[in-house]
Design a protein around this ligand. Structure first.
Ligand code: IMP
Length: 428
């Protein structure tokens, strides 16, 4: 077994950063396959917190190769800022980081259009991170995007930027009656990153293929979560990439036949940032308590996250859609002080119970969650080193989730630090 994918099972923010950091111990290569600097993967060790937006969460393990795949969209300024932070923290990026020369570049006007749409009355508000993710993927699919390899040919890059700029500027003028900053200044800004980009780019498909042939262990890092997938999530309230496991294949150039296993990361309750349906959302003191105890504020934008009970319809959908064969549950400790916990097993809508995820958002928006209840344990789970050390009622909750979902937990996380984790198996 040599290739595994780690995928978020809810609306992002499941704690993938911590899980990938821990699983990286077993891997030789950690490769991010989708999204951009909209993601925020938090890793805590030795009392210090690190938030990564673009660079894979394996970077803190020296000697492990970290790849940013072709499926990722890269804002050069954000990338270089993150690289500088890591270099200052003593990470040797020259030995550890390779960026796909096929990855698309986020340009300043992508962010401008993203924010413009969000603030306009003409469009439905998605609650994006404002990082230009949607507009840059739109250009990629429209075949007008600028790729990292274009930095190798300055003339070509200038020509591409000029033709894109003309189109974008006329739309911008029509929509907002303003001009974008000049094309020349944009080109100069872009060229300011050329040296760094050229130093780190390479053909990551070939690199990964060689590693897989050498039986090296490859961990494919997902960003966002299943319900934010552009095809399978709560469209249009989604991100603009395939965050599900299929995205690992296209976003890294790894054939599906070479993916051996898929691990899903799921929080012990549910959160969501931005707009869109959220059937188990709590607008009461339990929701407030989850936000407070779980420090549920976005690691990229700082926005308060919406909080709610565990949704097993979402979880089962994620398992089947991604082909998940093991899971990691995170933030169990956040539930340490509740008398009762609820788990949604279906949505009741117009007299019918939905146990499968519907495409129609009306069911999610207006359906009523059908709940199973669990008793809370009102004790700390933080110091538990193995499953048996958990309070009995916490064991019952975890076992209950496993039996509702039909698969087991490889890892149970009871705090942000690496050692606040119960390990129940290995990845490879
Ligand atoms: P975008 O990806 O910035 O276009 O945002 C689209 C939707 O995805 C918004 O609801 C965002 O809040 C959400 N989103 C994007 N990235 C993340 C993430 O890493 N965690 C949680 N939500 C995210």
């Amino acid at each position: 077994m040599s290739v595994a994918v780690v995928v978020g099972m809810q609306w992002g923010d499941e704690g993938k950063g911590k899980v990938i950091d821990l699983l990286s111990e077993e891997a030789d290569v950690i490769a991010r396959y989708a999204g951009g600097h909209n993601a925020g993967h938090t890793i805590v060790f030795d009392g210090n917190q690190h938030i990564l937006h673009l660079i894979p969460s394996g970077i803190f393990h020296s000697g492990k190769l970290c790849i940013i795949g072709n499926g990722v969209v890269i804002d050069p300024a954000a990338l270089i800022h993150e690289m500088d932070l890591l270099k200052n923290a003593g990470i040797n990026l020259d030995e550890q980081l390779v960026i796909s020369d096929r990855a698309n570049i986020i340009l300043p006007y992508h962010g401008t259009f993203d924010k413009g749409r969000e603030n306009s009355n003409n469009f439905e508000k998605i609650g994006t991170t404002g990082r230009g993710i949607g507009p840059s993927y739109a250009d990629k699919i429209a075949r007008s995007g600028i790729r990292a390899c274009d930095y190798r040919n300055e003339r070509y890059l200038r020509k591409k930027l000029e033709s894109n700029y003309q189109e974008k500027n006329s739309i911008f003028r029509d929509l907002y009656g303003k001009e974008l900053p000049s094309c020349e200044s944009m080109f100069e800004d872009l060229m300011g990153y050329q040296e760094t980009i050229l130093k780190y780019i390479g053909d990551t498909h070939v690199l990964l293929r060689n590693k897989i042939e050498q039986k090296k262990k490859v961990l494919c890092e997902g960003a966002q979560g299943t319900m934010l997938d552009v095809d399978h999530g709560t469209y249009p309230f989604v991100t603009s990439s395939n965050s599900t496991s299929g995205g690992a294949s296209t976003g890294l150039g790894i054939p599906p036949t070479q993916i051996d296993r898929v691990v899903g990361v799921i929080k012990a309750y549910t959160t969501r940032v931005g707009e869109g349906p959220f059937p188990t959302e709590l607008h009461n003191k339990d929701g407030e308590k989850l936000r407070k105890e779980g420090h549920e504020f976005g690691s990229t934008t700082g926005r308060p996250r919406r909080c709610g009970w565990f949704d097993a319809v979402v979880a089962r959908y994620a398992i089947r859609l991604n082909g998940i064969d093991a899971m990691a549950i995170t933030k169990l400790d956040v539930l340490d002080r509740f008398d009762t916990l609820k788990v949604c097993t279906g949505y009741k809508y117009k007299g019918k119970i939905f146990e499968e995820m519907p495409a129609d958002l009306d069911v999610l928006e207006n359906g009523e969650p059908v709940y199973t209840q669990f008793e809370g344990w009102n004790q700390s789970t933080v110091k538990a080193e193995n499953f048996n050390e958990l309070p009995d009622k916490a064991k019952r909750y975890v076992d209950g989730l496993q039996s509702i979902m039909g698969i087991g937990f490889l890892m149970i996380s009871t705090g942000p630090e690496r050692n606040q984790t119960i390990h129940q198996g290995t990845l490879f």
